[in-house]
Ligand binder design. Sequence first.
Ligand code: AMP
Ligand code: ZN
Length: 110
Amino acid sequence: MDCLFCKIAAGDIPSKKVYEDDKLIAFYDIEPKAPVHVLVIPKTHLAGVRDVTADNSTVVAHIFATIPQIAEKLGVSDYRIVTNNGADAGQTVQHLHFHLLAGRMLGEMG
Ligand code: AMP
Ligand code: ZN
């Protein structure tokens, strides 16, 4: 499948990795919107939140169970988790990913 984040998860495209286990990978966003901007993605391909079902949601639970450890590793206690679903929401990569943003006052949600 021609998916940028599947290629990053497979190691075929390099990334600046923060954390990895058998189900997920976390790496620095190439165009950071905050002093700390990391993407957390499942290794399995889901196009976005729209692909999450009762059967595959364990990976999403695993991502959220791991985010506190990733944040600790990054040295941040206050952070925002964002996921964009669909073009109108600003999704540009069609592989489920959670933005972890921190390191500045993040202000109100737009
Ligand atoms: P979204 O716009 O929510 O789909 O988020 C996609 C994010 O992926 C953007 O913040 C991009 O800066 C980021 N991005 C695109 N290509 C890469 C890459 N090769 N490595 C790291 N981050 C990337
Ligand atoms: Zn993918």
